[in-house]
Design a protein around this ligand. Structure first.
Ligand SMILES: Nc1ncnc2c1ncn2[C@@H]1O[C@H](COP(=O)(O)OP(=O)(O)O)[C@@H](O)[C@H]1O
Ligand SMILES: CC(=O)N[C@@H](CCC(=O)OP(=O)(O)O)C(=O)O
Length: 236
């Protein structure tokens, strides 16, 4: 259903890049290989011994499944990782987290060429550092690096409607100070804290709003085509 909606964006002439994670797939495949996994501050601790499984799950299973779904919807997807064409520069974020990467914008040419061809780049959040080591990048942080690289608008999709308050109600708009307040009181935590911080970084560098919305209701995203709004708007 999401790709059906993206087809409408494509037909309206919006060039699209999809950046994806797949934490659920990572967890399934780590468990199937006898590994346990934990998160620290919303990021998966990734010991060196686990990176082949994590890379297989994200750049293999998740990426090819999304490419297949996009093709079925009539788009022309190209499956990539952050390691292809120098899209990003990456380094270890914090040695205590193992092979977790921090990505910064690299070379835009591969993506711009694919967009000119009318294709849909589908980019997994696996990167390679200068020493040639595979790194596991949180997908929201990966999307932020690509947003900065292309000076593009950014919509971060999650399994919730957007950022929710303490009563589970959607917060329609948030600025930096309100985000900090909600994080401090523990209302925004875990994966949503990572997402909100990624959104704030992106919003600041493109000097434009970033949206956090749900992939569960893709039809609501078409409001963006008419200049409308969806989910939570994160202000620069
Ligand atoms: N204030 C909040 N609003 C919405 N979700 C929140 C909030 N605080 C924590 N979360 C959690 O963050 C999750 C989204 O983060 P995560 O699962 O990492 O996202 P994704 O896989 O979509 O990148 C939500 O499903 C929810 O459990
Ligand atoms: C370092 C880190 O946390 N990497 C993430 C990458 C996948 C991801 O971000 O997936 P979601 O979008 O489904 O959360 C992970 O291993 O889960």
């Amino acid at each position: 259903a999401l790709f059906q909606t993206l087809t409408q964006f494509h037909q309206a002439g919006w060039p699209l890049v999809m950046v994806h994670g797949g934490g659920v797939v990572v967890e399934q495949q780590l468990a199937a290989n006898g590994f346990t996994s934990e998160k620290c501050g919303g990021l998966r601790v990734t010991p060196e011994a686990q990176i082949p499984v994590v890379a297989g799950a994200l750049a293999g299973t998740a990426n090819t499944a999304l490419v297949a779904a996009a093709a079925r919807a009539g788009l022309t997807p190209v499956g990539l990782s952050l390691a292809d064409g120098g899209i990003v520069r990456a380094q270890v974020l914090d040695p205590a987290l193992g092979r977790v990467g921090q990505a910064s914008p690299g070379d835009p040419r591969l993506l711009t060429q694919l967009l000119q061809l009318g294709m849909l780049p589908v980019v997994s959040s696996i990167a390679v550092d200068e020493a040639g080591r595979l790194l596991n990048v949180n997908a929201d942080q990966a999307a932020t690096a690509l947003c900065q690289l292309l000076a593009a608008e950014l919509v971060l999709l999650s399994d919730v409607d957007g950022v929710l308050d303490g009563q589970g109600q959607l917060l329609p708009t948030l600025d930096r100070s309100e985000c900090a307040k909600q994080v401090a009181i523990g209302v925004i935590e875990g994966g949503m804290k990572v997402k909100v911080e990624a959104a704030l970084a992106a919003a600041q560098s493109i000097n434009n709003c970033v949206r956090i919305a749900s992939w569960r209701h893709p039809e609501q995203l078409t409001a963006l085509l008419e200049g409308g709004s969806v989910g939570t708007v994160i202000q620069p």
